[in-house]
Design a protein around this ligand. Structure first.
Ligand SMILES: [Zn+2]
Length: 254
């Protein structure tokens, strides 16, 4: 059995994968001690860890949304650690059977994973940080910058701008899909122009609750020759699934 883990800012999702099916889905508050106990109990032979962090050569460079800066689980089974949005995109490419795809996760922040010819594109380590492209303005971003996409549209900025939890706004279909949503759609259009993916998969605790029809707004900012499918993935375990797929791939290479 392979264990797929998605360590988020608030919650950790976990599941088991036998190479075909995912079972034993579980969610608990992000906490290192609980996590260690769960890993021990699982008796997994390999582990895929997805983490809301910028990683370079396996090291955490930056993790503004996590409750810890560094962590060492002291694992004695093979494991891989990968950025959470990359895991999401990888799972989407497997599930939709598409070789070229971008996956965008919207939760507390915004992440993007790029899959090119079935492989995650890392650049120098942290490629695809769509949440921190410059839109403009002076609003401070969680990364230390100013006027980034996340300042207009993300879990943390929606709470600040609208005075309500983003997840609840989308679940109740009370989000106004206003100019801040347009800012997001323009950023996605720009990403499509860069990579020309066959699918844009959008997910995460907030992204997975966006009204898919509203996302057709993205096409308004694109030349008509660019028409990727835009799909909302309503599966909170996609990131953990991607981590499990990646752990399985790494076992094949041992
Ligand atoms: Zn930023």
């Amino acid at each position: 059995m392979i264990l797929g883990i998605d360590i988020g800012g608030s919650f950790t999702d976990m599941l088991l994968f036998d190479g075909k099916r995912f079972t034993a889905h579980k969610t608990f508050p992000t906490n290192i001690e609980i996590l260690k106990n769960e890993i021990e109990r699982s008796e997994a032979k390999a582990i895929g860890i997805a983490i809301a962090a910028w990683l370079r050569e396996g090291k955490i460079l930056h993790a503004p949304n996590l409750p810890f800066k560094e962590f060492d689980l002291k694992l004695n089974v093979p494991y891989i650690m990968e950025n959470d949005a990359n895991c999401f995109a990888y799972a989407a490419s497997k599930i939709f059977n598409e070789k070229n795809l971008i996956g965008i996760t919207i939760g507390t922040g915004i992440g993007m994973g790029i899959v090119i010819e079935e492989k995650i594109y890392h650049g120098n380590g942290i490629a695809g940080e769509l949440g921190h492209i410059v839109i403009g303005g002076d609003e401070p971003c969680v990364c230390g910058g100013k006027g980034h996409l996340e300042c207009y549209f993300s879990g943390w900025s929606i709470r600040k701008r609208y005075g309500r939890e983003a997840k609840e706004l989308f679940e109740k279909n009370e989000f106004p899909y206003d100019e801040n949503f347009d800012v997001f759609c323009k950023a996605v259009a720009n990403a499509i122009l860069l990579f020309d993916p066959s699918i844009v998969a959008i997910g995460g605790r907030i992204g997975g609750r966006i009204d898919e029809k509203k996302l057709s707004r993205i096409y308004d900012f694109l030349p008509s020759q660019f028409k990727p499918k835009i799909k909302v993935v309503k599966d909170d375990y996609m990131v953990a699934k991607g981590a499990a797929y990646l752990a399985m791939e790494s076992l094949k290479n041992i």
